[in-house]
Design a protein around this ligand. Structure first.
Ligand SMILES: C[S@@+](CC[C@H](N)C(=O)[O-])C[C@H]1O[C@@H](n2cnc3c(N)ncnc32)[C@H](O)[C@@H]1O
Ligand SMILES: [Zn+2]
Length: 201
């Protein structure tokens, strides 16, 4: 297989947030499309088979949900964008264009800054203390909401209810190009999502 060209905007390094992260190697202007989230397109069922969140000690996947039925698994055929961590105050957003996800700078990013986006992870079912721990956020920003789970799901108060069956969805949602939203906003629809967060572009 041909060797991939290094991404011109970032490199992978150890991150203070978690594990590896992605850091700017040059100034990145607002609106720059820094990478495509590549990987194998698989069904949600296959994603569940590959990654069973609830059996993990610490949640860790490279899945990005496209439409509730299909995910991109960045661990298979993916590029370095799979190492972009979540932040509650992100400097990038994930934007969906058709069946593709692009990471786009929300603001000017200086060299050595870590690139992040809001995963807006979707989980169906009550967000109890166990799930809060499983999906804990360590972004360290002043407005950290404490979890990578989509904020709208936390506002329901469901987490106070007795745990019932929980269906895990995955990483994030992207904003479509025609309805781009800020990373903390977005539609209130609750669908089963796999990874990361994006605005459908
Ligand atoms: C797509 S990977 C990102 C790269 C990851 N840091 C690594 O080294 O493989 C997503 C995983 O990184 C971790 N992660 C990303 N952002 C995080 C955050 N803000 N707080 C805690 N863990 C985070 C979680 O384990 C998540 O499942
Ligand atoms: Zn946070």
């Amino acid at each position: 297989m041909a060797k991939r060209e290094p991404n011109p905007y970032f490199e992978v390094r150890k991150s203070p947030i978690q594990g590896k992260g992605v850091f700017a190697v040059r100034r990145i202007r607002k609106g720059t499309r820094v990478a495509e989230y590549e990987g194998e397109h698989i069904s949600s069922r296959e994603a569940m088979r590959r990654y069973d969140d609830l059996s993990m000690k610490r949640h860790h996947t490279f899945l990005f949900d496209l439409d509730g039925k299909t995910c991109i698994d960045g661990a298979v055929g993916g590029n370095d964008s799979r190492f972009i961590n979540h932040s509650c105050e992100p400097n990038c957003e994930a934007v969906q264009e058709g069946r593709r996800i692009f990471v786009v700078a929300l603001q000017t990013i200086e060299p050595d800054e870590e690139l992040t986006y809001d995963y807006r992870y979707v989980v169906e079912g009550p967000i109890d203390a166990t799930l809060r721990r499983l999906y804990a956020c360590r972004c360290g920003t002043p407005s950290c909401r404490g979890t990578i789970v989509q904020p709208e799901l936390l506002a329901t108060g469901k987490e106070k209810k007795k745990p019932v069956d929980v269906t895990v969805v995955r990483n994030s949602r992207a904003a479509r190009k025609d309805e781009r939203v800020g990373p903390a906003e977005g539609r209130d629809e609750r669908t089963r999502r796999r990874t990361g967060s994006s605005a459908r572009a």
